[in-house]
Design a protein around this ligand. Structure first.
Ligand code: ADP
Length: 229
């Protein structure tokens, strides 16, 4: 409840070009939400505004009762580090770090000791059945393995919310399916909110709610029972 997201009349323009117009949206803790819509409709912009990467041009983005649009850069960075986890299309693991080191990084950045972070990362890898990847660098992983490590990294510091931008975009369908299974079972177990941009209805069918954006406005917003699966 305290980690509810409430967007009130959020708009974002680039120069004179409006990209989001008057978005009103409320997302409760533990919901899993697909943000869908055609390319260029404003999905990523919405995700970036909610995750504190971009500042909206107007409107309020309340998270846990605080307007993150009003926070200064330092506080927004802190919020991202401590409350949010991120999964991107190509994983964006640091190439010079092993799987364990990549996963441990968010914990180290939020003040955990290296040994504690390493232990938590290893435990998570073991739990996910990926212990064999522990000392491997991303160049030696398959796309699916790298994405699973990226999921572990997003979750290791127990964030309230995971933001994912086309996380299956670079994977073939069975591998994407496996990744969605892993991600949705982990967020369900921890009560983490999941907000995911995807253009793929099959991927969206893993989530409980579908918000469709067209030309920067919410065109449709519906609960899904996972009935497509
Ligand atoms: P989607 O994720 O739905 O494909 P985006 O949110 O990435 O859409 O982009 C929405 C619109 O905003 C597009 O027309 C895009 O060209 C424009 N846009 C995105 N980022 C910028 C930027 N930094 N500067 C100017 N225009 C941008």
């Amino acid at each position: 409840m305290s980690n509810q997201f409430i967007l009130r009349d959020v708009s974002k323009s680039y120069g004179a070009t409006p990209v989001l117009t008057g978005i009103n949206l409320s997302i409760s803790q533990g919901e899993t939400v697909a943000i869908m819509g055609p390319s260029g409709s404003g999905k990523s912009t919405l995700l970036h505004c909610m995750s504190g990467i971009l500042q909206p041009s107007s409107g309020a983005i309340l998270f846990g009762g605080r307007d993150i649009a009003q926070l200064d850069d330092a506080h927004r960075s802190k919020l991202r580090l401590t409350q949010f986890g991120f999964v991107f299309q190509d994983g964006q693991l640091l190439p010079e770090l092993t799987a364990v080191e990549n996963i441990a990084l968010p914990m180290i950045l939020t003040g955990s000791s290296k040994s504690r972070a390493r232990r938590a990362a290893l435990e998570l890898l073991e739990k996910l059945g990926l212990a064999q990847l522990a000392n491997r660098r991303p160049a030696k992983m398959s796309g699916g393995q790298a994405q699973r490590v990226a999921v572990a990294r997003a979750l290791v510091a127990n964030p309230a919310v995971i933001f994912a931008d086309e996380p299956t975009g670079a994977l073939d369908q069975p591998t994407g399916h496996e990744m969605m299974q892993l991600l949705t079972s982990l967020v369900a177990a921890s009560g983490t909110t999941l907000i995911m941009v995807t253009h793929d209805a099959k991927v969206a069918s893993w989530l409980n709610r579908r918000v469709e954006i067209r030309d920067g406005i919410i065109h449709d917003d519906r609960m899904m029972g996972g009935e497509l699966r």
